[in-house]
Design a protein around this ligand. Structure first.
Ligand code: FES
Length: 138
């Protein structure tokens, strides 16, 4: 059975934004889902003075929803402070994509987790407190 994807999901899957790697990133994070084996990696360039995300790139080995979620999530955190970027939930990513099929919601969790891991990587390297990660049931 074909899944019903929104136009935005299709757009971000076919034409993903911010794909790639950042050389000498300030923070790197990876998240994976052991059930499907999909993996997402996020690279951050952070402005040390005001702690905003100057650039973000991703590499995702995963399904269409995971790629669309990575693309949308990177668009949503670019230019934000690391605190505001931390508050981006997977539900907000899915909403910005005009929804994901219910059985694909877990794909958006990868984006939230990879961003959190990358921000914590930055925080750890800059003497900031590492924030406890919330575990999603899935
Ligand atoms: Fe694994 Fe979508 S099926 S992330």
């Amino acid at each position: 059975m074909a899944l019903d994807y929104s136009k935005k999901v299709m757009d971000h899957f076919i034409n993903p934004r911010n794909v790639g790697e950042i050389e000498n990133p300030d923070g790197v994070g990876e998240a994976g889902n052991p059930k499907c084996g999909d993996i997402m990696k996020i690279y951050l360039k952070v402005n040390d003075a005001d702690k905003t995300i100057e650039d973000v790139k991703f590499k995702t080995f995963g399904c269409a929803s995971a790629i669309a979620s990575s693309s949308m999530a990177t668009e949503l955190i670019k230019g934000k402070s690391i605190e505001d970027a931390w508050d981006l939930t997977n539900n907000a990513v899915a909403e910005a994509l005009d929804g994901l099929p219910p059985i694909k919601m877990h794909c958006s969790v990868l984006a939230e987790e990879a961003i959190h891991t990358a921000i914590n990587d930055y925080r750890a390297k800059h003497g900031l407190e590492v924030i406890p990660m919330e575990k999603h049931e899935d």
